[in-house]
Design a binder for this molecule. Structure first.
Ligand code: PMP
Length: 307
């Protein structure tokens, strides 16, 4: 990888306090603005690590092809990481996920194949596995089961947050798609202090809280299957947040804080606020804003209002 490239801008994102809602005295909510990564999401951290790992472990040569099923942001992260290299990226994205993410992946020089919406991420995973068997010098990192995924967040995101708050973290709240962010963060935090409460957020239509798999508008989070690397004992609580609550939070964060975030950030903030309501004085709650609203404008993330 080139020095002084866009890749050097990945990580070290700001942490901001969100203050527009009245909270119990001495309770604070902080959000890590991961949408300020150069590819616009938390998955830039993963993209570059998956490629480093694939090369290091000799899964591919420097001219190889990475094939990955993704809701889009990991695809952007991989495509961004491959810029300036001879590695080809092919992303398998089910229909239904935002067109903007597909456009960004293609803008970065990578390929996108869409699979049927009804088959969900599972369909994309099967397609990616089958395709990688037909292309020589290709590799499927498979973020949904690759330990590099949680390790990335354990090694980068977690120490950044820890140092930004001088270790004063009481509650951590994060949405889970692959579960990589949550797993890496929870492991790091609990190693430092077992009493730190670590909380997962999922949309309605995700299976973690025992619900039925189903469609939801909140993009990037929600599970169809529990990943092997997710240690269920790390989960102190699970919030299942409706699309309505997630999108309301998205609008309020824009209007009141100037934070232009995607729906998974809205869901995470909604859950962080629920935690805050019953928290005691001196509690610091940290959550993650994984990507921005600008990649969901065509999906009507903000209700259009007459001026
Ligand atoms: N929010 C958005 C917008 C995402 O794209 C993702 C990744 N799919 C997540 C949250 C969840 O991250 P993770 O896969 O680490 O659970």
């Amino acid at each position: 990888m080139r020095k002084q490239s866009v890749h050097t801008l990945i990580g070290n994102t700001p942490l901001i306090e969100v203050r527009y809602l009245p909270l119990p005295e001495g309770v604070r909510i902080f959000a890590k603005l991961e949408y300020l990564n150069p590819g616009g999401s938390i998955k830039d951290r993963l993209g570059i690590n998956l490629i480093h790992h694939a090369l290091q472990e000799k899964h591919i040569t420097a001219n190889g092809t990475i094939i990955e099923p993704t809701a889009g942001n990991t695809g952007i992260g991989l495509a961004l990481a491959a810029v300036g290299t001879s590695i080809s990226i092919c992303c398998i994205i089910p229909e239904g996920f935002s067109q903007e993410k597909v456009q960004l992946i293609r803008a970065l020089g990578a390929k996108v194949i869409r699979t049927p919406k009804e088959q969900g991420i599972k369909g994309a995973i099967e397609y990616a596995r089958a395709l990688s068997k037909t292309i020589s010098d290709s590799y499927c990192p498979m973020q949904f089961e690759n330990p590099v995924n949680p390790k990335t967040y354990y090694e980068t995101l977690a120490p950044e947050i820890w140092s930004q708050l001088d270790g004063k973290v009481d509650i951590f709240v994060a949405g889970a798609g692959s579960g990589g962010t949550f797993t890496g963060m929870a492991r790091y935090l609990k190693e430092r202090n077992e009493s730190i409460r670590t909380v997962i957020v999922e949309p309605e239509g995700s299976i973690l809280n025992g619900g039925e798999a189903g469609a939801h508008q909140t993009e990037g989070i929600g599970m169809e299957k529990i990943p092997a690397f997710l240690d269920l004992s790390d989960i102190d609580h699970i919030y299942t947040v409706s699309d309505k609550d997630a999108f309301r939070a998205v609008e309020q964060l824009a209007r009141n804080e100037g934070l232009l975030v995607g729906s998974s950030s809205g869901a995470a903030f909604h859950a962080a606020f629920l935690e805050a309501k019953s928290a005691t004085k001196g509690t610091n709650i940290v959550t993650i804003f994984p990507d921005s609203s600008d990649r969901y404008l065509s999906k009507g993330i903000y209700k259009e209002e007459e001026v």
